[in-house]
Design a protein around this ligand. Sequence first.
Ligand code: WTA
Length: 701
Amino acid sequence: MSEVQVSEAEIAVHWREEEYYAPSPKFIGQANANDPAIFERFAEKNFPECFKEYADLLTWDKYWHTTLDTSNPPFWKWFVGGRLNASYNCVDRHLAKYRNKAALIWVPEPEDQVTQAITYQELYRRVNEFAAVLRDFCGLKAGDRVTLHMPMVPDLPVTMLACARLGVIHSEVFGGFSGAACGDRIADSGSRVLITTDAYYRNGDLLDHKSKAEEALVAAKKEGQDVDKILVWRRHAGQNSSKAEWVKGRDFWVDELLAEHKGKIVEPVSMPAEAPLFLMYTSGTTARPKGCQHSTGGYLSYVAGTSKYYQDIHPEDTYWCFADIGWITGHSYIVYGPLALAATSVMYEGVPTYPDPGRPWRIAERLGVNIFHTAPTTIRMLRKLGPDEPTKYDYHFKHMTTVGEPIEPDVWRWYHSVVGKGEAVIVDTWWQTENGGFLGSTLPALQNMKPGSCGPGVLGIFPQILDEKGNPVPPGSGKAGNICIRNPWPGIFQTVYGQPDRFVDIYYKKYNRDKKSKDWRDWPYFAGDGALQAEDGYFRIIGRVDDVINVAGHRLGTKELESATITVEEVAEAAAVPVMDDLRGRAVEIYVALKPGYKPTKQIEDKVSAAIENLIGKIARPKNVWIVPDMPKTRSGKIMRRVIAGISNFTGTGDITTLANPEVVETIQHQVQAQKVERGQVPRELSEQELAEIKAFGHAE
Ligand code: WTA
């Protein structure tokens, strides 16, 4: 009974304290940040001027006059008056010293295809020539938006940097997303140009990607947005690897256009610090994705600073962030952060376990990778399929990162002892698409690691756990609450593109103390994650408190999943819930109720899965689709997702006495759990932390 009356913010979680791990003296000796004086420089009394240290890592055309402008809260402006160009900072300025050093090393998925090293000089050429195409052929100029739907090929960072050179705002849509999802983002951003690739390799297959452009255009058109040009990069020189129809006058091969602009040099456009650099769409509580708008000066400063201190990148390192550039991690920590520091950044086209789970370690050995960055879902998969593989390869990491989901301490320990060979430090970095860069992490040479905790707030970030009423939950109280950031920082997104009210409502309204206040202290940032803070100040992230399901590190909104589901003719109502999954962290289960006159069939279940795959993408495919007689509802007619989440995870349904139809719960529970037993899907016993997450799910309802 009591469990529903206690709000998620007050759930007590009794987790075991983990032991600390210390960085090695060898790591400390060479680290970018190894003098504790840095904590003093970034202390709250030095805010916001402390971030000058990050901005000074960049080359400015014009220095700023105001570090932080709070005149229009919560639309903070950083480094006002300053001007710079992101492409210049990531490419041109490195030529004098690093012309012939690899900027990017690209590893194709098929092992018999040659790895490509692209030097800073070569990157400079490619970026300039493609910028000339965008400017002179497409007529694009500063402030225009362009949608990219590209996989992990080097043409993607080239495209991003070419846009940045012109001040054109790029909006890259994850390559694995469907054409329809891409089309929605084209429409929302108002892009006239779509940049894509004919095909790419994934798990041994050459996937036709250009065909998705056709679907994207149809979806965009439905929302009133026309696209007049599609620029297509080629995966194999001289070949067309796509079967999609080619529309003359609309579709153009990039290599043919480049040939016409060979050797052209495009002067980088000097942009105001607050000019938008890119949009990155992410999921939230409603079906419409949010275009997170990131700035040029603040964002680039923040990713350069955190790459330097938290990723410990030096120009002589070989750094491999095993993420997809289609997500924020790839933008910040494959492209902009590392390249701003003149790093060598490795990109891999394919899946971690292709053709076998030794692949990542072969790449690391071959290229001499010494900094490795990935997500818990990849770590779990590699551990399951090749627990001893890392020991067979002669590579040595000094530093490793995990990001995107909570990592179980047990998985952390395997990462540390087997992947890291006990030599590497680990930073568990907590942050979000909206944030630009890390918010919670240990500073690797100066703070001990603790498995399962991301650590304290990073330099210049002051997080706090608040309860539902806005009162601070003290560290060490064993209680979870909503993690907030008390102060603005340069990497924070500027707005939700085209929806400023939503920006304020979602992230600031909950804890704002005074709407009229121009003092940042009255505007804590609400992250939408539940978390606990231990006595030592380290945070442990529990998971989302809004209607977002984190599948293998990818954020999926329950509303998006449900909207896709109800496009199936037979479906009357749908509800999406997370279910614990040993590899992906969480998987999606969909509950549907049918319209009168329809009977449950396997075909309807398959139609639901197909609809989700077509409208969102393969990553969203549900683990199970349950057709139930009715949904558990409140008296006001709201579907109680937490009740079905409890059923799916075998964690009990909680108090159901306030439901309009409590009797249906038992029927559903019997039906679903019996089938799960049959399918061998009974979950292991859940940890306190996982139980807290399930209890909190649907709390936004
Ligand atoms: C979750 C990814 C625990 C969290 C950079 C957040 C994490 C959401 C961690 C953002 C971590 C991210 N430990 N949980 N180290 N990092 N999350 O926008 O719930 O794709 O709100 O950004 O992932 O996901 P997003």
